[in-house]
Design a protein around this ligand. Structure first.
Ligand code: ADP
Ligand code: MN
Ligand code: MN
Ligand code: MN
Length: 432
């Protein structure tokens, strides 16, 4: 592979030359993700020059690049819609694409579609048709132009949600008048781990061995501390382009592990945005040749697990006097601890050990500014007497439709008996 080296100013000029609405991602840029490793032998360029493009020796690949990046809008009104849905494990993402006759702005303008449920573990072979209902659309950062990603949920031909369709029930809860009036906000911290493709060992770790102990890696910079930043950054921009409400990102305590935050988003939107952000992350890691895992405890031992802390507030919690409602919500959550834990992700028992900034899975606890609790309340919230709570229990592989709707159900719709409430208040030292 021959590489083209250019000063970094030229790199910026190339960026601004892109047509305003074209995809900001070119395969050349994807190529640059990995050039750091490939440029080992070019030390004399490394400080002043930045590698900005790679050309394949085969001109066929260059022509493919041109086609992949081609803006088709001057030639046709047609667009490509990538229909995305959740597969049979409840965590795998599947997608397929189809042509739509003109650009659309709302999922209701899109046709329903179908797929072979027997190939995703979602239907028997003899009656395998599953119907996709378009529910949310995002701009497609990979194809650019007017092309879109479509988040769908799945139904039987008779119109019944199939068992793995968790969005349907969540949409019912978020459609409840009491819940709508409380305008529930969710800020989700999605953690994930990057693995080397063949050995399935974290990115940046020596194969068959361990890096130095945790401590220097969280939010760190440096080739010996930060592994996979290009993926995190490419994903950040792709999400902004797509219209996902991504609010930040950071390197994690375990090397090779990252986090991004989505939100605050209202109601069902939180789930749609997290699922779309996960799909984009799968696609980016696919292009990068790195494996994504959402396993809650990818490496046993003294290594942090991966969670999906869910920050939550209602309108009443955000208004003056809201702290009282936050405490009442915590009380309700304590009484339904088991239900929540069983819905917070597979394998979470390997993560919620009471170590590594987690609370033990078997006991509910809460505290102000305490990261060893099930639920944390921030100092600011306590000081201002209003704000939000952080549910630290959900695992990185949780289903955001389930977690967000269960939080709303437990804190807005569900009521404990007075007796249970009094007992729990005493136990948690909570006066409400
Ligand atoms: P942490 O300190 O736990 O690492 P982060 O900064 O990673 O927290 O994430 C906090 C999340 O909480 C962000 O996604 C943010 O948008 C969200 N958030 C902020 N205010 C609220 C609120 N009132 N209700 C719900 N979520 C909120
Ligand atoms: Mn965070
Ligand atoms: Mn984190
Ligand atoms: Mn957190």
């Amino acid at each position: 592979m021959a590489q083209i080296l250019a000063p970094s100013t030229q790199w910026q000029m190339r960026m601004t030359k892109n047509p305003a609405n074209a995809s900001p991602f070119t395969t050349k840029m994807w190529g640059s993700l990995f050039l750091k490793q490939k440029t080992k032998g070019t030390a004399k360029f490394s400080t002043k020059f930045r590698v900005c493009a790679s050309k394949s020796e085969s001109s066929t690949v260059n022509r493919l690049d041109d086609l992949l990046n081609m803006d088709i809008r001057p030639y046709t009104d047609k667009i490509i819609a990538e229909y995305v849905w959740i597969g049979g494990t409840g965590i795998d993402l599947r997608s397929k694409s189809r042509t739509i006759s003109k650009p659309v702005e709302h999922p209701s303008e899109l046709p329903k579609w179908n797929y072979d449920g027997s190939s995703t573990g979602q239907a028997p072979g003899e009656d395998s048709e599953v119907i996709l209902y378009p529910q949310a659309i995002f701009k497609d950062p990979f194809r650019g132009g007017n092309n879109i990603l479509v988040i769908c949920d799945s139904y039987t031909p008779a119109g019944e949600p199939i068992p793995t369709n968790k969005r349907h029930r969540a949409a019912e809860i978020f459609g409840n008048k009491k819940v709508i009036d409380e305008v529930p906000w969710f800020g989700i911290e999605q953690e994930y781990t990057l693995l080397q493709p063949n050995v399935k060992w974290p990115l940046g770790w020596p194969v068959g061995a361990y890096p130095g102990p945790q401590g220097p890696y969280y939010c760190a910079a440096g080739a010996d501390k930060s592994f996979g930043r290009d993926i995190s950054d490419a994903h950040y921009k792709a999400c902004l382009y797509a219209g996902i409400n991504i609010s930040g990102t950071n390197g994690e305590v375990m090397p090779g592990q990252w986090e991004y935050q989505v939100g605050p988003s209202v109601g069902i939107e939180a789930g749609d945005h997290i699922w779309c952000s996960r799909y984009i992350l799968e696609r980016i890691t696919e292009q990068a040749g790195v494996v994504l895992t959402l396993d809650p405890k990818p490496i046993e031992g003294d290594w942090n697990g991966a969670g999906c802390h869910t920050n939550y507030s209602t309108k009443s919690m955000r208004e003056d006097g809201g702290y009282e409602l936050i405490k009442k919500a915590i009380l309700n959550l304590s009484l339904r601890h088991k239900e929540h834990i069983s819905a917070y992700g597979e394998g979470n028992e390997r993560r919620l050990t009471g170590k590594h900034e987690t609370a033990n899975i078997n006991t509910f606890s809460w505290g102000v500014a305490n990261r060893g609790c099930s639920v944390r309340v921030g100092r600011d919230t306590e000081k201002q007497g209003k704000g939000y709570l952080e549910d630290r229990r959900p695992a990185s592989n949780m289903d955001p439709y389930i977690v967000t709707s269960l939080l709303a159900e437990t804190t807005i719709l569900w009521e404990p008996t007075l007796e249970a409430e009094a007992l729990a208040a005493q136990k948690l030292a909570l006066r409400v």
